[in-house]
Write a protein that binds this ligand. Structure first.
Ligand code: AMP
Length: 176
């Protein structure tokens, strides 16, 4: 069975935000043929785009899985649904948002259903900072630039701060 390395971005800005992130991690661990291997710190971030809404908590999880990209996406959408996400409008408030950032070094364009790498990941501090917590040596598969370099060049860093060092007590943020 071939195991793929997958990175997922998590966000929440409604209700008990830490609990939603934690429940999402536990639910990801329960996806068949999938294991959560590393978790980032939790960051608190100012909303981007539509700004008149509560602050977000963001984090990142590394997974290994034998599922296909579409199967992973379906599982993530299913978790969002179970955790009560109601889609209002683009960039609007949400109990939980799960984005598939990277799937090995695959480049996938199945618009609008699935685009990997996630099309806006390279410009978002709230994605790149947590992603660098879980892996330091990734490269962006279409820009062919180290993720650490993209992280160093994003401009929104003043709107993001560390909120908690551990997403779940059992997990340590790891350098790889
Ligand atoms: P969002 O509002 O960001 O949660 O958008 C979710 C929608 O984006 C879903 O219907 C997905 O099919 C689609 N989508 C496309 N690419 C991705 C991706 N890399 N990760 C998550 N959702 C994606």
């Amino acid at each position: 069975m071939y195991l793929h390395k997958v990175y997922v971005s998590l966000g929440s800005n409604l209700g008990d935000r830490v609990k939603y992130l934690q429940q999402a991690v536990l639910a990801m661990h329960d996806i068949k043929e999938t294991h959560v291997t590393a978790l980032s710190r939790i960051y608190e971030t100012d909303p981007v785009g539509y700004t008149d809404q509560p602050l977000f908590l963001n984090a990142c999880a590394a997974l290994i899985t034998s599922l296909s990209p579409i199967q992973v996406l379906d599982a993530l959408l299913n978790i969002e649904h179970k955790l009560g996400r109601v889609r209002t409008f683009r960039n609007g408030p949400r109990t939980i948002d799960l984005d598939l950032l990277l799937y090995d070094d695959y480049v996938i364009d199945l618009r609008p259903s699935l685009t990997v790498p996630h099309p806006r990941m390279h410009e978002r501090a709230f994605v790149l900072l947590p992603l660098c917590d879980v892996s330091t040596d990734l490269e962006h598969p279409t820009f062919h630039k180290p993720i650490a370099k993209l992280r160093a060049s994003v401009s929104e860093k003043e709107g993001i701060r560390c909120y908690r060092t551990h997403l779940l007590n059992a997990y340590e943020p790891t350098g790889n």
